[in-house]
Design a protein around this ligand. Structure first.
Ligand code: HEM
Length: 90
C-alpha cells in the first residue's frame, strides 16, 4: 500500500498539474534537464503523503504546546509544502 498509493497519486496528481499548466508541460516534454527537478516539484506541489503520525518519546514543545511522552501527534506535513497565506512572512 505504501509504495502503490504514493506512486499512483504522485503520477496522477503530477499529470493533472502538468495539464493545468501547459507551459510547464512543454518544458517537461522538451527539456530532459528539468525531469529530475520537475518530479521533485511534483512531490511538493501535489505531495501524495499529506499526513503522518508520531509518538513522542520525551516532552517536546511545539509552538507552546507540550506533547508528553507516549502522546500521539498527527503531523500535517502536506501543509509544509503549501504555506498558508496567513502565515507567509514578508
Ligand atoms: C512517490 C512515491 C513515494 C512517496 C511520496 C513516499 C513517501 C514516504 C514517506 C513520507 C514515508 C515516511 C512515512 C513516515 O515515516 O511517517 C515513507 C516511508 C516508507 N515508504 Fe515510501 N514513498 C513512496 C514510494 C514508496 C515505494 C515505491 C515503496 C516500496 C516499494 C515505499 C516504501 C516505504 C516504506 C517501507 C516506508 C517505511 C520506512 C521506515 O519507516 O523505515 N515507498 N514513504
Amino acid at each position: 500500500m505504501a509504495g502503490h498509493e504514493t506512486s499512483v497519486n504522485l503520477i496522477a496528481g503530477g499529470a493533472l498539474a502538468l495539464m493545468q499548466h501547459p507551459d510547464q508541460l512543454a518544458r517537461f516534454r522538451h527539456d530532459p534537464g528539468v525531469l529530475r527537478s520537475g518530479v521533485e516539484e511534483m512531490l511538493r506541489y501535489v505531495g501524495p503523503v499529506q499526513l503522518t503520525g508520531r509518538v513522542a518519546l520525551e516532552p517536546i514543545d511545539v509552538g507552546g504546546v507540550v506533547i508528553g511522552p507516549g502522546e500521539f501527534a498527527m503531523l500535517l506535513i502536506g501543509s509544509a509544502n503549501r504555506e498558508p497565506v496567513g502565515l507567509r512572512r514578508p
